[in-house]
Ligand binder design. Structure first.
Ligand SMILES: O=C(O)C1=C[C@@H](OP(=O)(O)O)[C@@H](O)[C@H](O)C1
Ligand SMILES: C=C(OP(=O)(O)O)C(=O)O
Length: 448
């Protein structure tokens, strides 16, 4: 985690305080994880495809821009049925030289180097300062073992150049993906285009974010790839993808259930009722676990034809929970836990120290800055609820820190979120959506 910036003065957004029970119905934009996988798979397909209701945010636009730089056609417009936004993806030969800005998007920095290895020239990868600190060695080492040439000046991280050779051998590789499941997803997504496909064997400590690997496998199968994996009878910690052509599909992107979290939390915290439209009946998104986790923290949910309705009970309970599978939900759960009637222990998320910021340190510092009592453990947080007071909640360029602070602001007067605009990484309209949920005017400071 970088120090909270002292100069220039950060833009502050007064987080709206909820004066009563929140009653709202919300449409949450498309999933970042599904959109960015769909873009990669469509770009590697043998025929054009459609993405309907894609997420339009910093992370997905960086992915689209990078694929365009490699020669892929991506036309943004409305779908053939005239309903909502749809992007047409037209695969083409992948060309270098090209440059890719990954921003601070894990999906872009991990999923695209294998695609770049298939290009016919050098592809330079660079990004935000934080992207230099996020682990990438799993992808770099694996690609080298599979036949790619990569110049990273020996750092094992960004910036780097992938010298695409027009094709990649592929084959068997061992990786330690305990610091990010995205290493596995990255290799699997491009593997149908490797000459020999791939066999990825994870050999390190516990693999986090398993639902995201399931999402990768499901989406590969949906475009015709043949995948063997542990959960359908394969060897533990081994994934195999066969070399094959991929279909161009017409895919409707699910709403981002992790970005639904603050809205469901609003119902939980205020004893209100919030419906998130179009919640999928079946999904690999980790956000689906909120149904169980938030119910345990106080409240009830119901899945109907309209979506998921969560009703708060007026009480918020602490929770002892392993979040290893659903790490990206941790900031929002920590925020709710800080307002609960009993302590919480959040476990299994040591790898969050390598996310957009060191999320364990950032949550501890910012909740304690409002009068909270949070301690870091080896693999998570221990949160003892205290009466909180207003103050500045710093976000460290982390979208989920901004939404976590906003959750606390619903119950605590005078919380100012520094740089709420960082939510643009995955949810650019967050301040307006939050104000609309509460029926209040959008406040200043949100636009900078
Ligand atoms: O594959 C994906 O789309 C993601 C995987 C997870 O990464 P880690 O396994 O690095 O936590 C998750 O936290 C991230 O938000 C999105
Ligand atoms: C960890 C996250 O993002 P990324 O895809 O950049 O890893 C996240 O969105 O919580």
């Amino acid at each position: 985690m970088t120090e909270a910036p002292a100069h220039p003065a950060p833009a502050l957004w007064p987080a709206p305080y909820a004066t009563g029970a929140v009653e709202a119905t919300v449409t949450v934009p498309g999933s970042k994880s599904v959109t960015n996988r769909a873009l990669v798979l469509a770009a590697l397909a043998a025929e054009p495809g459609w993405l309907r209701r894609p997420l339009r945010s910093r992370d997905s636009l960086l992915m689209a821009e990078a694929l365009r730089a490699l020669g892929v056609g991506i036309e943004e417009g409305v779908g053939p049925d005239g309903e909502g936004e749809a992007w047409r993806v037209i695969p083409a030969g992948l060309h270098g030289p090209a440059t890719v800005d990954v921003g601070n998007a894990g999906t872009v920095m991990r999923f695209l180097p294998p695609v770049a290895a298939l290009a016919d020239g050098p592809v330079r990868f660079d990004g935000d300062p934080r992207s230099y600190e996020r682990p990438l060695h799993g992808v770099i080492d694996a690609l080298r073992a599979l036949g790619a040439r990569i110049d990273d000046d020996g750092r094992g991280s960004l910036p780097m150049t992938v010298h695409g050779g027009g094709a990649l051998d592929g084959g068997s590789v061992e990786i330690d993906a305990s610091s990010s499941s995205q290493f596995v997803s990255a290799l699997l997504l491009s593997a149908p285009r490797f000459n020999q496909g791939v066999e990825v064997r994870h050999v390190g400590g516990r693999l986090p974010s398993m639902p995201h690997i399931r999402m990768t496998v499901d989406m590969l199968r949906a475009v015709g790839a043949q995948v063997d994996e542990p959960e359908t009878g394969g060897e533990p910690n081994v994934w195999r993808v066969t070399s094959s052509a991929l279909l161009g599909r017409d895919l409707v992107i699910e709403p981002d259930l992790s970005n639904a979290q603050p809205f469901l939390a609003a119902a939980l915290i205020t004893g209100g009722r919030v419906t998130v439209r179009d919640w999928p009946e079946r999904t690999t998104q980790p956000g689906d676990a909120l149904r169980r986790i938030f119910t345990e923290m106080g409240g009830a949910c119901e899945l109907t034809d309209l979506g998921l309705t969560f009703t708060g009970s007026g009480r918020i309970h602490g929770i002892d929970v392993d979040l290893s599978e659903v790490g990206e939900l941790t900031p929002g759960i920590a925020a709710v836990a800080a307002l609960a009637d009993s302590p919480s222990t959040l476990r299994g998320v040591a790898h969050l120290r390598l996310h957009e910021t060191d999320r364990l340190a950032a949550l501890t510092r910012e909740i304690n800055g409002l009068g909270g009592d949070v301690t870091e453990t080896e693999d998570g947080l221990h949160i003892r609820p205290r009466t909180l007071h207003g103050g500045v909640f710093h976000t460290y360029d982390d979208h989920r820190m901004a939404t976590a602070g906003s959750i606390i602001g619903l119950a605590v007067k005078g919380v100012d979120i520094e740089n709420v605009a960082t939510t643009a990484k995955t949810l650019p309209d967050f301040p307006a959506m939050w104000a609309a949920m509460l029926g209040v005017p959008e406040t200043a400071g949100a636009e900078s």
